[in-house]
Ligand binder design. Structure first.
Ligand code: KG4
Ligand code: ZN
Length: 344
């Protein structure tokens, strides 16, 4: 018997450079998920510019929410709960989504649920799959890289995280070293594929006991390896052979193998500590990477664990995952007051 209340949730996500909205209902699941990506807007700057991001969110939030509602065939009055990302993220970006959510919740006299963006990423793997608990989740994107023991919906433990750069940030920074555009992750994958994911340069695996990650050392290792090969000038901070495609392919290919090894190493250590887990999941923007996905799927298969990773549209920032978390939190009555602030 289904003891759940029938709820229609509007999820709003604006923590970084995607303005997103989604509608999720108890009986039909996800009805719509729309977003506006600012990637092109930030490309000339080589990274996300906070002020540019907030201004774009202000412009896009109303049309994106309107589209999410109309695609779901819902009106604002049909929404029972407004779920919104409140942390972590860029202050100015988060404020746009939160202020919008507060305003519509107030006018409709309906409650708000505050959603942690990282909980959203964990939940993204549940949008298309039934995952048995407990399981291990690696979440990797441009802003965060962490390992969680997930015990139930909304019940998870952070067991490892990056002590410096995020994995996606490392891809973006190393891509920039070899003269690739932002965001570098997808380009690194394309180049690596051309070199068949071969480990040419054997970058250091930063192997250590413990479940934390460190990617800034990897960036430095790649930098000094390029200098040693006469391919990078430290004085001008420029790649010396900008048209040497083979070198770029070799860097990209070696890098991906290295990062896959690092992920596997942490997962292997975590499995020793938590042998009861039945499955592994891989989420966040970096999980768009098919090579990493396949390596981790094979790793799980060899250890007789199930493996889950969302489709690309749910790996990168989206509001479907926020609406999903909003739904299970609303079922538990975990509402926030209208005095809610960002980072709360
Ligand atoms: O989740 P996301 O869209 O935004 C953040 O919350 O950061 O993740 C973006 C990050 C970027 O660093 C980007 O380079 C990386 O995910 N990324 C990839 C791939 N596609 C996106 N990294 C490796 N391979 C990819 N195919
Ligand atoms: Zn994210």
């Amino acid at each position: 018997m289904n003891m759940q209340k029938q709820l229609t949730i509007l999820g709003i996500e604006s923590s970084c450079d995607e303005t997103a909205a989604a509608v999720y209902t108890t009986d039909q699941g996800l009805l719509s998920s729309v977003l506006h990506s600012q990637t092109a807007l930030h490309m000339p700057y080589g990274g996300v510019v906070p002020e540019v991001a907030s201004r774009s969110h202000i412009e896009k939030i109303t049309p994106i929410v309107t589209e999410a509602l109309s695609t779901a065939n819902k009106k604002l009055e049909d929404i029972d709960v407004f779920a919104v990302t409140t942390k972590p993220g860029l202050a100015g970006s988060l404020l746009v989504g939160l202020c919008f959510a507060k305003a519509v919740a107030y006018t409709q006299q309906k409650p708000i649920v505050a959603v942690n963006h990282l909980e959203g990423h964990i939940a993204s793997a549940h949008l298309e799959n039934n995952i048995p608990f407990p399981y291990l989740c690696i979440t990797a994107s441009g802003g965060h890289t962490a390992l969680y023991l997930v015990k139930n919906f909304g019940d998870f433990e952070l067991i490892g995280q990056t002590v410096d750069d995020a994995a996606g940030e490392a891809f973006d920074k190393i891509a920039s070293l070899i003269g690739l555009e932002y965001p570098g992750g997808p380009l690194i994958e394309k180049l690596a594929q051309k070199h068949n994911f071969e480990d040419v340069f054997h970058y250091p695996r930063m192997r250590k006991k413990g479940l934390d990650f460190s990617f800034s050392g990897l960036k430095t290792a790649v930098l000094y390896d390029l200098v040693k090969r006469g391919a990078y000038d430290l004085a001008t901070k420029k790649i010396l052979k900008p048209h040497d495609m083979l070198l770029k392919e070799q860097v990209a290919s070696s890098l991906l193998v290295c990062v896959a090894d690092i992920f596997e190493d942490r997962l292997a250590q975590a499995l020793e500590l938590y042998p009861q887990v039945t499955a592994l999941s891989f989420v966040g923007g970096v999980a768009c990477n098919n090579y990493l996905k396949e390596r981790l799927a094979l790793f799980a298969h060899k250890r007789k664990k199930l493996f889950f990773s969302p489709s690309k549209k749910y790996c990168t920032d989206n509001a479907a995952m926020i609406a999903f978390v909003g739904h299970y939190k609303a079922q538990k009555g975990l509402f926030a007051p209208l005095t809610l602030e960002i980072f709360e």
